[in-house]
Design a protein around this ligand. Sequence first.
Ligand code: GGG
Length: 354
Amino acid sequence: MTTYNIAVIPGDGIGDEVVAQGLRVLQELEKKKKVKFQFTEFSWGSEHYLSTGRMMPSDGLDRLLPFDAIYFGAVGHPDIQDHITLNGLLLPMRRAFDQYVCLRPSVLYGGVASPLAGKSPGDIDMLVIRENTEGEYANIGGFQYQNSPQETAVQSSIFTRYGCERVIRYAFDLAVSRKRKHVTSITKSNAQGYGMVLWDKVFLSVAEEYPGITTDSQLIDAACMNFVRKPEFFDVVVGSNLFGDILTDIGAIITGSMGLAASANLNPTRKYPSLFEPVHGSAPDIAGRGIANPLAAILSVAMMLDHLGEQELSSEVERGTLAVLNDHTVLTPDLGGTASTEEVGSAVVEQLFH
Ligand code: GGG
């Protein structure tokens, strides 16, 4: 029997509530299949910060290193500045474990209504690949003359040939396995004349190696407009850290809800653990009310299983989730229903191997 060691970090706000449902799904799989999950929970996040001054202990990354995967909830607290929470927990993991691919599917599933007129299930089906370790999130900069009229902040972006090439190549490799075989690159190289010009140059050179893949390049402003205007155009989309983040919120909302958007932060070399999390944040406005949609967290479990090599289990979790959506009777309020987080989790569990 294969045993997977999973580090579980529920984090802040609704993280606890949605991760609990993902864990129920994994425990149900254990009952039905020859697989075992050893969960180790870490209570890191904003409460940890408020009591210790750190989002995670100083040896936190070392402690995570031996795990097969990390299952993460959310980060963000209304009483703590967001750059402290994000830079204290989630971003250090992405960087230290070289999770250079952030894979975020945006799919309009059956049973889900898009806020865009005339879009039916299947019309929107794209994979957004966000560069995840450098770009605008490089965390390089500083302050000078603080709290004076001359107060100055410098925030640098980093674009390396190595960093651009590996994530762009990942996008092309994914496109090869898809029906439409199209990759869109997103930059703002008309205004950002260095880093994003390098990105464009690398994109063109990688594209030459994939003659079977069609391509286009869009500026981020046009891409935001086109995600709303004609999302069916997009197949595989690759963009920088910040642009990928922005586009995937649009991708989530045009496919029905932030509560359905799953993600994988991947170290494709498998030298380090990869991290799986819903795209949504901690949602303090609904935290503790038991109404958060757990499906993004559950679909993130499906992505984790796929990465672990458990394709059959991954497909089953996805199938069970889509069956709940199609059935349309047990849904949380973001999807127009009245069910609780736990009831939706139970509905998925009941669907498994049904
Ligand atoms: N579950 C993901 C989460 O908590 N995200 C909070 C956030 O602000 N993320 C920004 C990012 O992914 O770059």
